[in-house]
Design a protein around this ligand. Sequence first.
Ligand SMILES: C[S@@+](CC[C@H](N)C(=O)[O-])C[C@H]1O[C@@H](n2cnc3c(N)ncnc32)[C@H](O)[C@@H]1O
Length: 368
Amino acid sequence: MIAEIAQRSWTRRGRPKRFEVCELGAGNGQLCLDALVWVETRARRAPGWARFARALTYRIVERSPGLIVQQRAQLGALAGRVVWTRAECAQRAPRGAPFAHHGFVFGNEVLDCFAPERVVAGPGGRPQATFVEATLGGAHLSRAALARAMADPRRRDRVRFREALRPVTEVRGLAPFLRRHYPEFFERGRTRPPYFACPQLEPFMRNTRRLYREADALWIDYGDTRCFHLTTPERGRFVAGPPRSNRRLYDAPGRDDLTVLVDFSVAETAAEQAGWRPVFYGQQAALARLSGVRLDARAQALIVRYRALGWMLSVVGAGPEAKWRQGALSWRREGSTGERLRDTVRRDVEEFLGRRPTPFRILLLRSA
Ligand SMILES: C[S@@+](CC[C@H](N)C(=O)[O-])C[C@H]1O[C@@H](n2cnc3c(N)ncnc32)[C@H](O)[C@@H]1O
């Protein structure tokens, strides 16, 4: 779908001779591999796609050097088709940008990666930020001591965390960010659920706008808009641990994956201020429409085969997700009769097509 949407973006721009697809935060490289294989396959049969393949440079912008190594390994022979730029886009635009005149920028589950600030409505319209104090055996731990304790399997489970509220002015840039997006936190006399603020969304949108002179950008993530973030209980707005494990924030920090649902209202406003024009925001289901891909029975059977192969490779310790998947392997889930892969895929596809509720959303932007 990503390859198809990128190819449509190239066509809309008049089929330029040079065109970059820029994947931001490519994780284990699987999506890049799939997209490139798709382009190569289509290019063998359709002259239009062959022209697209000739124009295409696939660039990965990635902040993690360890993941770049993994991506290269995952791509194998196709690594030669990819250019890597190591950059932390929430801090600055990558060196060398703009990389080309025309581009298509996208990222899956990147907007949820920023470290959020948990904001609590304070008395008299003075919002407060949440700091965390760590102790071991009752003694306060410095940052360095905390890092050592968390790296020590005998001590890490004895570390305790306690939240402490301080004025938002103690976190650089947080108060002006809140005034811009959530001024209601400065109103007196209202209690509201805590809010997870991600000020980094603003520089991120500005920096990604600098990647190409003219571009489309597609952000895929779980999240929702302002009303959801203001009214949903806190527990429904962050995810800790492996999917559906229902862990709490302080169960195993450092080992658990901790993310918050993206605030797409902030993302959209930040994008507009950075020179993007929002073209579409909505359910992930729109990806199928935007790409013209039909997830019919044949496509579903293919996904089942592909996933089964992925699991089998993981069992023997091969494949990019072997470690992650092995942690989730069991013959039968406790208290359940087990779920057949075919049913899981069917459910996922239904979620994907918007026939079941899902928190996944997409935001499509075009350079203004
Ligand atoms: C949760 S992973 C998602 C990986 C992949 N897109 C996927 O769907 O499996 C987030 C990826 O974005 C990268 N990343 C996160 N924030 C970034 C930033 N500010 N600049 C560059 N890369 C970033 C991470 O290193 C990682 O590769």
